[in-house]
Structure formats: C-alpha cells, structure tokens
Design a protein around this ligand. Structure first.
Ligand SMILES: [Zn+2]
Ligand SMILES: [Zn+2]
Length: 271
C-alpha cells in the first residue's frame, strides 16, 4: 500500500497512541509510507488544547525516520487548524508561517476544526445556529481560509462538519452548497493546493468518506489533480481504514493518480 497521509499519535490532545505503536502497525499492514500529522490548533477555543512543542515533535519524528528506515518511510507532517475569525486570523497565520518555515515538514494539512470561536464537535457551536447556518458558516470558513493561508498543501476533510449534525442531515447533498464549495475549490486549484480523501467518514458510520464523491469529482472537473489519502487514525486499529475501497472510488471520480509528498514535493503514483 502506498501510504497513509493523515495519522495522529499522542502528540495530539485526542490520541493516546505512542508514535512507535502507530508506525509498527503501519509496518504490519505493509504501508510503504506513514505520514504523521498531529494536531496543531493555535488559539483553539479551549486554551492549551491541540498544541504541542514543535521542537520536541520534530526531534521525535526525525529519530523515528532514522530508526525505521528500510522498514517504512516515516514522514513528518502536521495538521494545522486554520481560523478565519477577523481578530485571530493574522496571529494564527503568522504562527503557522513561522513553524512551517522553521521546520521543513514533508506534508502539511490545513483544516477547519474551529470557527466562530467554537469546534462544531462541541454542542455549544450548535446552540446559537440552525443546522443550515452551522453548515453554511463551516463552508464559508473554508473559502476564507483558502484565501488567507498559504502554509498548507492539502485541505483536510472538506465536509467534516457532517459528522456532528443530526441524523437527518447526515445525508446532506453537497450540491446544495455547490456555489460555496466551488469557490473554495477554485481557490485551492488556483493556488496549486490539493484535497484529501479522508476515510474517517466511513469509520464514523457515514455512507461516504470525506468529502462526498460529488465533491471529489467536482475538484477533478475544475482541474484539480492533487489528492492524498488518509485515514485520520487516532489509534492503530484505524490506520489505513478501508483503504481497499478507495482506489475504485477515486477512479470513478476521474482520478488516475494518487499524490504523495516528501519535503513538500508532490509525486504522482498511478492508481
Ligand atoms: Zn482534522
Ligand atoms: Zn486529523
């Protein structure tokens, strides 16, 4: 298997998995590459959560890279939580520009995890909004973030928001949001950025991985070529989750290649 490009370990607030356990699971599964992308959500609503010391993270991963050389290619990535709030965005951008310049990551995911000072994972986000508003604002944040930030290579789990809405809306139609989503996709493509196929949707019991196939197709139709594959695993049993289903899905959406990154350089591997 080519590799998993979205993996969390206990550098992330929401994972207890030691790095070596995740890497060893990758070897057991026969992955050629494992790209560790722990959460860095600077100025996250709950202060002190979802951040780590980048120097320690970097050293630990560089060590693992050397230790496991020849058995699996360990890549150093990060998942940055992007923020579009007017009073936060400049500070967040400045911090992310700094760490992605200081450390030469192999791969950087940019994701919306929090907006309007809340994580939609948290009930509080929904207390002040209807489902429709919550969805629209989430997609609007992606549009804003794709314009504000340049530090990432691939936008993470584009429709992550549906994990946290009520049952009846889980079968949302991405076409209902096409204008918004098109704007985000246009900006990503113009900036040479990719999206990911994130299989955590299946893990959460949704009928689709993130994003929905229509969105994968739309990105491709508009000229997008960069697609990475990630499980968003937080524990070893979810590593490369349902990857066997992804080849056909991507082909059916018009992709012939999957993208891997090393030192931020894309390499296109035939599906
Ligand atoms: Zn994420
Ligand atoms: Zn993640």
């Amino acid at each position: 298997m080519i590799g998993d490009y979205h993996v969390h370990t206990n550098f992330s607030t929401d994972s207890r998995t030691p790095l070596n356990e995740m890497i060893e699971k990758g070897i057991e599964l026969g992955l050629e590459r494992i790209c560790i992308t722990d959460h860095m959500d600077y100025l996250y609503p709950e202060e002190g959560e979802f951040i780590f010391d980048p120097a320690v993270y970097w050293d630990t991963l560089e060590h693992a890279k050397t230790n496991y050389a020849g058995r699996i290619n360990v890549l150093t990535g990060v998942e940055l939580g992007l923020r579009n709030e007017a009073d936060l965005k400049d500070r967040v951008k400045q911090y992310y520009d700094k760490i992605t310049t200081q450390y030469d990551f192999d791969f950087v995911i940019g994701s919306t995890h929090a907006l309007d000072y809340q994580d939609p994972y948290n009930r509080k986000y929904w207390e002040r909004k209807t489902k429709e508003e919550g969805m629209l604002e989430y997609f609007q944040s992606i549009i804003d973030n794709t314009k504000i930030y340049d530090c990432f290579l691939v936008y993470g789990h584009l429709d992550y928001i549906v994990r946290y809405i009520k049952e009846e809306v889980k079968d949302y139609r991405s076409l209902d949001y096409q204008d918004l989503l098109d704007e985000a996709l246009h900006t990503l493509i113009a900036k040479g950025k990719g999206i990911e196929l994130n299989t955590a949707g299946w893990k959460y019991g949704l009928s689709f991985a993130h994003p929905k196939p229509e969105l994968l197709k739309r990105y491709r139709e508009l000229g997008g070529e960069i697609i990475t594959l990630g499980s968003d695993a937080h524990e070893p049993r979810h590593l490369a989750y349902d990857f066997a289903r992804t080849g056909e899905l991507l082909k059916s959406c018009g992709f012939d290649y999957i993208t891997v990154f090393e030192k931020k350089i894309p390499k296109f591997i035939k599906l």
